[in-house]
Design a protein around this ligand. Structure first.
Ligand SMILES: NC(=O)c1ccc[n+]([C@@H]2O[C@H](COP(=O)([O-])OP(=O)(O)OC[C@H]3O[C@@H](n4cnc5c(N)ncnc54)[C@H](O)[C@@H]3O)[C@@H](O)[C@H]2O)c1
Length: 259
């Protein structure tokens, strides 16, 4: 119960990594504000968290929209009385080579992955400064550290931006007792990854199982992440054990990409 009594807001909480983070935070004792565009799955998550004896609010919100971000942080503070931790997890991508990427791709990915993360950080920090401290956790990616197998170049740029914003954010928010860290997942078994594997198999004209096996061969630990692997790192960063860890971009990738 490392996070007993804490108030945690997670974006993109309805599925995949965000869902695992929300459940991991609740398991560690926190109350959770779970936000996503996917109203149905975020409601299911709320019910699951409540059966664990924790409070949960399900918020239907677009993490790329500044007004929606303001409202989601306000709702968290109104209901729980504070926001101790925000996990900026919502993110979008698609598998594409550099010459196939469009302006729409650029705007769509940057709107959620870059602009959304910045304004979530800023809006949550406004409350945390008033409270006297807090934890900001940004879900970046090893794509932002140049992983050659990344879904696309624009996505890699958005995640590189998250890593840089994490670093400078930690410097400017540190005096307010706010830690800012990024987690860089490697290969993680979720819908995003399934779509990438399916797309690669189709392009290469080989069975998807073969593409998946080849991807695993490149990982020194020969293991992909479960979403729970990322959740465990987030719970650590939210906990008192990580009180003096800030400005870091921590890989959870089985040693796939050197830092
Ligand atoms: N899966 C991987 O291999 C992997 C690797 C590195 C980094 N990541 C990052 O982890 C994060 C989560 O990825 P995932 O694999 O769980 O993806 P996912 O597609 O399984 O889930 C993403 C969730 O975000 C929500 N979402 C998308 N756009 C949104 C928006 N505008 N507003 C609110 N919610 C929105 C979706 O509805 C969904 O519930 C992303 O930031 C992703 O870039 C994933």
């Amino acid at each position: 119960m490392q996070l007993q009594g804490q108030s945690v807001l997670v974006t993109g909480a309805a599925n995949g990594i965000g869902r695992a983070i929300a459940l991991g935070m609740a398991r560690a004792g926190a109350d959770v504000a779970a936000s996503d565009l996917d109203k149905a799955n975020v409601s299911t998550l709320k019910a699951e968290i409540e059966t664990m004896g924790r409070k949960c609010i399900a918020i239907e919100a677009d993490a790329g929209d500044v007004a929606a971000i303001d409202a989601m942080v306000s709702q968290t503070v109104d209901v729980f009385g504070k926001i101790d931790v925000i996990v900026n997890n919502a993110g979008v991508t698609r598998r594409a080579q550099i010459m196939d990427l469009t302006e729409d791709d650029f705007d769509r990915m940057n709107r959620v992955n870059t602009k959304g993360v910045f304004f979530c950080m800023q809006r949550a920090a406004k409350e945390m400064i008033k409270q006297g401290g807090g934890r900001i956790i940004n879900i970046a990616s090893i794509a932002g550290k140049g992983f050659a197998g990344s879904s696309n170049v624009i996505y890699a740029g958005t995640k590189g931006a998250v890593i840089a914003m994490t670093r400078l954010g930690s410097v400017q928010l540190g005096p307010h007792n706010i830690t800012v860290n990024a987690v860089c997942p490697g290969v993680t078994e979720t819908a995003i990854y399934d779509a990438i594997m399916a797309s690669d198999a189709e392009k290469q004209g080989v069975p998807e199982a073969e593409v998946r096996a080849k991807a695993l061969e490149k990982i020194p630990l020969r293991r992909s992440n479960t979403p729970g692997d990322i959740a465990d790192m987030c719970v650590f960063l939210a906990s008192d054990a990580a009180r003096n860890v800030s400005g870091q971009s921590l890989h959870v990738d089985g040693a796939l990409v050197p830092d």
